[in-house]
Design a protein. Structure first.
Length: 118
């Protein structure tokens, strides 16, 4: 059983930065598509950023140019660097692995809270 453990969330002022980390217990980071989702209160969960096993990245329009997803295969860790944070970025952020039948069939972390004050 693979575990994904997120860290790095917290409270930051608008315009600030945070870096989220997702440590995997197994060596899935380099062989899977990994992603970061977020869910704000009263809103649907959305895919924020993803990185394929080949290193191709994609981002939600709302975070393009501000967020960067990366990975360190040696550390089995995925990162989300978040710059120029806005209050609307406030949400619980989840690390996930895309399984064979889609994201819901993969492994998920427990989530980390990111709060951006105006």
């Amino acid at each position: 059983q693979v575990q994904l453990v997120e860290s790095g969330g917290g409270l930051v002022q608008a315009g600030g930065s945070l870096r989220l980390s997702c440590a995997a217990s197994g060596s899935i980071v380099s062989t899977s598509t990994m992603g970061w989702y977020r869910q704000a209160p009263g809103k649907q969960r959305e895919l924020v950023a993803a990185i394929t096993s080949g290193g191709i990245t994609n981002y939600a329009d709302s975070v393009k140019g501000r967020f960067t997803i990366s990975r360190d295969s040696a550390k089995n860790t995925v990162y989300l660097q978040m710059n120029s944070l806005k209050p609307e970025d406030t949400a619980v952020y989840y690390c996930a692995q895309r399984g064979l039948r889609g994201w819901e069939s993969g492994y998920w972390g427990q989530g980390t809270q990111v709060s951006v004050s105006s």
